[in-house]
Design a protein. Structure first.
Length: 213
């Protein structure tokens, strides 16, 4: 029971660490400028999260299904080693350039409603920033495949999305107060990245030692 609680808590914190990554957090005011269109900021935020969830949960479902076909002890150990390497990259000890890139995915929403635009903004966020949060996301996906269950994979990614989405909801509810503090938090983003790296390494160790059950 404790291991499962540790796993869920770690995955949730991984989602939170993704939000605080140096390539996402500084542009949050821009996103909320878009989500505030039409005077439905809270509704648009939840539609944004729905679009975000659709991609990530689908990925978790797919990895869980593939885990049922391919995951075994050897694959689990290899996956754990890869996850630890990703954690070391996140700590800045080694540098993997392909994980530092982002891909801008543009979806034309001219003439569409603000709510429609918010939903597709969530989709493009999850697709476009996946390389940036790649180390954390890959680690959670590795955990998603470990149980060999598509539903388990989807559930793990839903926990990840909850961690990623919680700050978006808080910013939506208390945007004026929180947005004023974003510049103050920017100088601490390097520390948050280190925390994310440590979380990734924890996930890798859990995989290698098979302590996810």
């Amino acid at each position: 029971m404790f291991d499962q609680q540790l796993l869920i808590g770690t995955v949730f914190l991984a989602g939170l660490a993704s939000f605080l990554s140096p390539c996402i957090f500084p542009i949050i005011p821009i996103y909320f400028g878009i989500l505030a269109k039409g005077g439905r900021k809270i509704l648009n935020t939840f539609l944004f999260i729905a679009g975000l969830s659709l991609t990530f949960v689908s990925l978790g479902f797919s990895f869980g299904f593939l885990g049922n076909l391919f995951f075994n002890d050897n694959v689990r150990i290899i996956a754990g080693i890869i996850v630890i390497i990703l954690g070391i990259h996140q700590l800045g000890i080694i540098k993997l350039n392909f994980l530092e890139r982002t891909k801008v995915v543009e979806v034309k929403t001219e003439g569409k409603s603000a709510s429609f635009e918010a939903f597709f903004l969530g989709l493009t966020f999850s697709l476009g920033w996946t390389p940036c949060i790649g180390p954390i996301l890959a680690s959670v996906l590795a955990l998603s495949g470990d149980e060999g269950s598509a539903l388990y994979g989807a559930a793990m990614m839903m926990v990840y999305v909850f961690g990623l989405a919680t700050p978006f909801v808080l910013f939506s509810l208390f945007s004026q107060e929180l947005l004023k503090r974003t510049k103050a938090l920017n100088k601490h983003l390097g520390k948050f990245k280190i925390v994310g790296g440590l979380l990734i390494i924890v996930m890798g160790v859990l995989l290698i030692t098979n302590n996810l059950q």
